[in-house]
Ligand binder design. Structure first.
Ligand code: GDP
Ligand code: IMO
Ligand code: MG
Length: 434
């Protein structure tokens, strides 16, 4: 039985993971976040209600769904409880009781935000354009083995010792390298102590819950955050986030074994967006790109920043198919391309010496001088907004989708024609027997 499905972004984030995870959760019992933190912003639209989840898995709107936060996630306790309060206010039942956190998850503390801000300032014109949430510095501390974990809250004497050591190092950097205000030990303790018991009440052995769920035949959805080209290893380094956003990250960051996964659904828009700095070969700095931004409401769900926009990139998608073992694709925002005279797909990156690359390079500096090679197709004037049957799409839209599939090397399983749950065309079911 195909019970365990990963959904993840195949571009630079904001592909529509929230909508797809929410849709598939009508079939899933458990939703798991495995990496990233509250840099994510996943939008869920149900009727006239719009909810943006950041740390909480997108399954939360389904009242029976268990939501797990795995070891690979960086947990900002203040942000978590703020989000829980928002969900409570929106009338979502039993939010706190349905969220379980792995004790090995890294604790993201205010000092990480200060370092993030200082590091971005220091980078000057080469700033990454981070979300400013402290994500990178928190992962740095984790990998350097000086970080604090959620499970450290069990033993407060040891917690205080570790916090002192961490702050000694980080405050030295804030003061002497980043020229930023230091963060006091007392302020961190004053923040964490009132939240400690509530946080510990959520701690569970997430890997064991996943394993038990599998044995009981439960359906489990692994919800990626960010996107493939923001991956720390395979993204446009250094303009990336600090975790493995690819399918492997869903496994290491949750404790599910690699062979536990049955289907991997990649999410992509029918065009491309990116927030923050870094290479973006198909970027459109013209009226066409402006039109896509306006129609697609392409403004960050977390930071409100305008998203950069461009054509669909089949070169990047070929890499995403390869490194994520994609089983199928969920293509989002079809309606945003309605009414255009022509639509384009990038099929290669041309180097200054004329050589055309069919796969994207692995570092930002290698993108310099690359020009996108496009295939152009006629657009469609009819509206696809809210269409729920493939056969009802305009012929030119179907031609575009067919070409996009052929060039990307993966079949479309889900097509989204609007932000709401029912504005969706299902071509394949990731949870179906096959
Ligand atoms: P995520 O981070 O991958 O979950 O994506 P975001 O929530 O940051 O951004 C996706 C945006 O697109 C959200 O505002 C969604 O409500 C919206 N959206 C998703 N699918 C569609 C669609 O098919 N059409 C339109 N017009 N909007 C969509
Ligand atoms: P979701 O899950 C889009 C980008 C930032 C920046 C880079 C590093 O909603 O798709 P960070 O704060 O992680 O150190 O920033 O990564 N970024 C995202 N872009 N969607 C996201 O999340 C993102 N999370 C981080 O803009 O370029
Ligand atoms: Mg987002």
């Amino acid at each position: 039985m195909p019970n365990n499905v990963i959904v993840l972004g195949t571009q630079w984030g904001d592909e529509g993971k929230g909508k797809v995870a929410d849709l598939l959760t009508s079939k899933a019992n458990i939703v798991v976040r495995s990496q990233g933190g509250n840099n994510a912003g996943h939008t869920l639209v149900v009727g006239d209600k719009k909810v943006v989840v950041r740390l909480v898995p997108s399954g939360i709107l389904h009242p029976e769904c268990l939501c797990l936060i795995g070891s690979g996630v960086v947990v900002n306790p203040e942000a978590l409880f703020e989000e829980i309060a928002e969900l409570n206010k929106a009338g979502v039942p039993n939010v706190e009781q349905r969220i379980k956190i792995c004790g090995a998850s890294a604790l993201l503390l205010p000092v990480h935000k200060s370092i993030d801000r200082g590091a971005e300032k220091k980078r000057g014109k080469n700033a990454i354009g981070t979300t400013g949430r402290g994500i990178g510095p928190c992962y740095e501390d984790k990998v350097a083995r000086r970080g604090l974990r959620v499970g450290d809250l069990y033993e407060m004497d040891r917690f205080r010792e570790k916090l002192k050591d961490l702050l000694e190092y980080r405050n030295f950097m804030l003061k002497n390298f980043y020229d930023e205000p230091e963060v006091s030990f007392d302020s961190v303790m004053a923040m964490i102590e009132p939240l400690r018991e509530r946080l510990l009440a959520m701690v569970t052995d997430v890997a064991a819950v996943i394993d038990e769920g599998r044995k009981q035949g439960k359906k489990i959805l692994f919800e990626g955050a960010q996107g493939t080209f923001l991956d720390i290893d395979y993204g446009t380094y250094p303009y990336v986030t600090s975790s493995n956003t690819v399918a492997g990250g869903c496994v290491t960051g949750s404790g599910a074994g690699p062979l536990a996964i049955d289907y991997i659904l990649g999410i992509a828009k029918v065009y491309t967006t990116r927030v923050g700095g870094g290479p973006f070969p198909t970027e459109l700095n013209d009226a066409v790109g402006e039109g896509i931004r306006a129609r697609g409401k392409e403004f960050g769900a977390v930071t409100g920043r305008p998203r950069r926009t461009g054509w669909y990139d089949a070169v990047a998608m070929r890499r995403a198919v390869m490194i994520n073992s994609l089983s199928g694709l969920a293509l989002m925002k079809m309606d945003v391309l309605d009414g255009m005279d022509e639509v384009k797909i990038c099929i290669g990156y041309k180097r200054p010496d004329g050589v055309v690359l069919e796969l994207p390079p692995l570092a930002a500096c290698e993108y310099e001088g690359l020009e996108p090679v496009y295939e152009s197709m006629p657009g469609w004037k009819e509206s696809t907004y809210g269409v729920t049957e493939y056969g009802k799409l305009p012929q030119n839209a179907r031609n575009f989708l067919k070409r996009l599939e052929d060039l990307s090397g993966v079949k479309v399983a889900i097509l989204s024609t609007g932000p709401e749950r029912d504005q969706t065309i299902y071509l394949d079911d990731p949870f179906a027997d096959r």
